[in-house]
Design a protein around this ligand. Structure first.
Ligand code: ADP
Length: 538
């Protein structure tokens, strides 16, 4: 073997921010806060605060390998913890405040942090939960004040009194940096520990031209939560590429988003589909336009085709659909053009981009398998279990004995997908959401996609409900833009030419769609709400 003769420095997360502070020192970082005015600094300023934060953490007794928890929105203080905590070799557990209280307690105790950083919003919650959190000995509120509440430290005052760290410690690039829990739609949430290496490689990959295509001319606003799979890596991809960064706190309503998109010149943003439904409705109602916005990355659940086409045709904004999961850091595929598609003409290209989750990216391999585990062809037709592998795919869940990935490295995502000859992947369903009717499968995602394009429909959710004759039949739940904005007859007439006859939902119900902790339609809640609806039909 000939040994490589290059340097072997570890990939460390802190070096991303060190780079941004040196190469783009005056590039702005802007943050909304819970109850303070808009905060404005730059990468040099943020890096200086991160250096103080690191020593403040050490002063609180944090050592390499320890977990430190946060319960916080998308703010500059949370962003600072993203660098300071892994910077000293500790692991940031970004707890998800939208989980149920029991699940928050479960994840915090399972994570084993001794310090909890939180936004003021969560003070009442923390007062309630404190007796159930025996490991946590220090509470820090992310605010300006010195002593914001009894037995609670103030974050800014900790930074003010700490000396800045001068030398960041050497860190094994495979050591843990973040602990993120899945939202536990089945069973207890499971912990995924991201390594420095995975985060840094993922940050490089996210910015590539075939993925997000970021440059220092971009103004990036992550609207996916920092606590949910690190906001799709944007807190790392933005500084790697020298982008201005805008953090919207928890204000995801149309007006608040528009204020920042317009006011800060946002060119690139991203979040789950529900946020963009609200944003598009805001633009429509006010007649406003999205300023300099060019790209919106949307994922977490399927992007309705109607949403992607509305952004493009009305506002000339490109939607980049992504698919990924907590277990993949989370980026898996991104829907961006290729020359092969462009050769087929604009319409054909858009059709592919608007109806697929995305295409194969370097760093994450894809495979589809039938029920016997045999590999299925990439013909765009054969659908099977989707498996992934690569340097930012999970090997094992936190504190579990056995691997989550198979011995050959493949991790079963729990999704059902097709892959076409161009490497574009389409999710047809999650295994547990697919509707089995008369021995055939109905894709809930395809049905939702078709229904959500109907005028007046805000959210369309489809679940399989037990049926005495057909095993399961689809029930469609519609949340309308306004009461009476759309009728059952409208929806049926709209669906008829778009779907096979036997896919027509047995019932159409007008109701609000319950959402999960990660902003997805809560199919489990819907299934149990309508479990007995069709019993007696037959
Ligand atoms: P949770 O599992 O807690 O809901 P994740 O964010 O890890 O949280 O969810 C990952 C799952 O979300 C994927 O396995 C897939 O089912 C779904 N998903 C993510 N992006 C898309 C997308 N663009 N289209 C359809 N489903 C998606």
């Amino acid at each position: 073997m000939t040994q490589g003769l290059m340097q072997t420095a570890s990939l460390r997360i802190i070096d991303i921010l060190r780079f941004a502070a040196s190469a783009h020192p005056t590039q702005e970082v802007v943050s909304r806060l819970v109850d303070e005015p808009l905060w404005r600094s730059d990468y040099r300023g943020v890096y200086a605060r991160v250096c103080s934060c690191a020593n403040a953490l050490r002063g609180l007794g944090v050592r390499a390998g320890d977990r430190v928890a946060s319960l916080a929105w998308n703010t500059h203080r949370h962003f600072e913890l993203f660098y300071a905590v892994p910077g000293i070799g500790a692991v940031l557990h970004t707890a998800n405040p939208r989980l149920s209280e029991d699940q928050i307690v479960y994840t915090l105790n399972h994570g084993g942090s001794q310090i909890l950083f939180f936004d003021r919003t969560f003070l009442p919650l923390i007062e309630r939960l404190k007796p159930r959190l025996p490991d946590i000995r220090t509470y820090v509120m992310m605010c300006e004040q010195d002593a914001p509440a009894p037995d609670v430290l103030g974050y800014d005052s900790l930074l003010r009194t700490a000396s800045p760290i001068i030398n960041w410690p050497t860190i094994d690039e495979n050591s843990g940096a973040f602990l993120c829990y899945t939202s536990g739609t089945t069973g207890d949430p499971k912990g995924v520990v991201y390594s420095h290496r995975a985060i840094v490689l993922h940050a490089f990959a996210a910015g590539l031209s075939g993925a997000f295509g970021l440059s220092a001319f971009d103004v990036v606003m992550p609207c996916s939560s920092l606590y949910h799979a690190t906001a799709w890596g944007l807190p790392f991809a933005a500084p790697v590429n020298g982008c201005k960064l805008v953090l919207p706190c928890d204000k995801m309503d149309g007006q608040s988003l528009q204020d920042l998109i317009e006011g800060e010149g946002v060119t690139f943003t991203g979040g789950v589909p529900t946020i963009w439904t609200m944003y598009l409705a805001h633009l429509e109602a006010t007649g406003e336009t999205p300023g300099r916005l060019q790209r919106v990355v949307i994922g977490g659940s399927a992007v309705p085709r109607a949403m992607a086409s509305a952004f493009k045709t009305r506002y000339d904004v490109t939607v980049l659909q992504i698919w990924g999961m907590t277990e993949t850091c989370p980026l898996g595929v991104v829907a961006t053009p290729t020359p092969a598609l462009a050769d087929r003409g604009e319409d054909a290209m858009q059709e592919v981009i608007w109806t697929r989750q995305g295409r194969l990216q370097f760093g994450i391999e894809l495979r589809i398998e039938d029920e016997e585990g045999l590999e299925l062809p990439w013909d765009g037709e054969s659908s099977g279990a989707l498996l992934v592998k690569g340097p930012w795919t999970i090997q094992r869940y936190y504190r579990q004995e056995s691997d989550a990935a198979r011995s050959d490295g493949w991790f079963d995502t729990g999704d059902i997908a097709t892959i076409d000859p161009d490497g574009f992947m389409r999710i047809t369903d999650r295994k547990k959401d697919v509707i089995k009717s008369g021995g055939e499968w109905i894709s809930s995602i395809d049905l939702e996609n078709a229904a959500s394009a109907c005028k007046g429909v805000k959210i369309a959710a489809v679940v399989g409900v037990p049926h005495p004759k057909w095993e399961e039949r689809p029930v469609l739940v519609i949340e309308a833009h306004a009461p009476g904005a759309v009728s059952e007859a409208d929806v049926r007439a709209h669906l008829e030419p778009l779907i096979a006859r036997w896919w027509m939902p047995d019932r159409i119900i007008f109701d609000t769609a319950p959402l999960t902790a990660t902003g997805k339609i809560d199919k489990k809640a819907l299934r149990s709400r309508y479990a007995s609806l069709l019993i007696g039909d037959g």
